[in-house]
Design a protein around this ligand. Structure first.
Ligand code: PMP
Ligand code: GLN
Length: 394
């Protein structure tokens, strides 16, 4: 068969770097600080909630928009933590993880040729989703060392075709937490140019030190312009449960639900019940959760001091970027030829440590080539073993 059956819109799309690096970690029996998932389970009581729901017969299709008690719980969190009034009937949709919320949102909003601005390094599905929807990604760089962006660069990237600005705070992969001033600038531009903002907040409860998570929807004039996306996977250390949501005005929600009904129709029922019940315990759950992640971050930072990799201390999320040591990388390689992908392959194969080479998260700048992303959602033993292997690389 020499006929080309694949659709044009998927041409050029490769395998996700997360799958690639986890496969290499497995094949090489390497410590995995690559793909972002905890190497421990979330709380036992949450598993028991899911089993309880199953035993109570909550095993058939949920309503397409998600079960009401979960939508209400999300609405309550929005009110309690951020002072936002969100209608659970018309403004909240439960999706198969944040991944599906993002996909359904972009499919629902983008027309052929619409431009979507995203900050690089970006979470890889934004770029793929925008392309799949017929849109054109445009990039604004979060620059080392603080991963701040140039306000002028953002303003100048807006054209008459721009429809959406995508933000992610706390940020994967850099650990940046957007400040009020940054969010205010983005909001003012969105209002001035009549744009929407897609705000990915899956790490909303993972901030450290004095960083504070501010949902952009809370800024003046932004509630109806923002599509807020989040997920229970990170907050409860159960990434495989894939329960996420999109919060938006009723009109935008109507559009998102149109795509969602033909994408997954509904999300697994017992998991929704379990997460709805878990949210009623959020207040008591969060302090220990945050403390444990802070300890993991600090342990990895401490362990990295005696390696040749220098870390950019993250203020949120469970990732950190490290600079690749520039000297003695490989014989014949000069500092300006540092290439994250080559180094990551070398590390996983020869040093038994899997990382994520971040250059795939950039569409414009070469900055990613000089760094690697490490995930610290791992047990102390894994973090120590990972750093031990990194230490051998000079
Ligand atoms: N957005 C970001 C920034 C992420 O890091 C991830 C996954 N870790 C997702 C979205 C996808 O979330 P989910 O697993 O709920 O689909
Ligand atoms: N979000 C996770 C990460 O950043 C990966 C999720 C996935 O593999 N799709 O590593």
């Amino acid at each position: 068969m020499n006929k080309e059956f694949s659709a044009n819109r998927i041409k050029g799309m490769g395998t996700s770097i997360f799958s690639t690096m986890s496969r290499l970690a497995f094949e090489n029996n390497a410590v995995n600080l690559g793909q972002g998932f905890p190497d421990f389970d979330g709380p036992l009581w949450l598993m028991e909630e899911a089993f309880k729901a199953m035993k109570e017969g909550k095993n058939q299709y949920a309503p397409t928009q998600g079960i009401l008690s979960l939508r209400k719980a999300i609405s309550d969190i929005q009110k309690k933590y951020y002072g936002m009034d969100r209608n659970p009937d018309s403004e909240i949709t439960i999706t198969a993880g944040a991944t599906e919320a993002l996909y359904s949102t972009f499919q629902a909003l983008i027309n052929e040729g619409d431009e979507v601005i995203m900050f690089e390094p970006f979470y890889d599905s934004y770029q793929a989703d925008v392309i799949l929807a017929g849109g054109i990604p445009k990039y604004v760089t979060l620059k080392k060392p603080d991963f701040n962006f140039d306000f002028d660069e953002l303003e100048q990237s807006i054209t008459e075709k721009t429809k959406i600005i995508v933000i992610n705070t706390p940020h994967n992969p850099t650990g940046k937490v957007y400040t009020f001033e940054e969010l205010e600038f983005i909001s003012k531009l969105a209002i001035k140019h009549n744009l929407l903002v897609v705000s990915d907040e899956v790490y909303e409860f993972l901030t450290f030190d004095n960083a504070k998570h501010i949902p952009i929807a809370t800024l003046e004039g932004m509630k109806d312009r923002t599509i807020t996306i989040s997920s229970a996977g990170k907050t409860f250390s159960m990434t495989g449960w894939k329960i996420g949501w999109a919060i938006a005005s009723d009109k935008i929600t109507e559009s998102i639900r149109k795509v969602h009904q033909w994408t997954t129709f509904a999300v697994n029922t017992p998991g929704q019940h379990a997460i709805a019940n878990a949210f009623s315990r959020l207040d008591e759950y969060l302090p220990a959760f945050k403390k444990e992640y802070l300890e993991r971050r600090d342990l990895l930072l401490k362990e990295l001091v005696s390696t040749s990799f220098s870390a950019h201390k993250p203020k949120g999320s469970y990732f950190m970027m490290v600079d690749i040591p520039k000297l003695n990388i490989m014989s014949g390689v000069t500092p300006d030829m540092v290439n994250d992908e080559e180094i990551a392959i070398n590390l996983v194969k020869n040093y038994k440590i899997a990382t994520i080479p971040p250059s795939v998260f950039y569409g414009k700048s070469d900055e990613g080539k000089s760094m690697l992303r490490l995930c610290f959602a791992k047990s102390n033993e894994t973090l120590i073993a990972g750093a031990k292997n990194l230490r051998k690389f000079k």
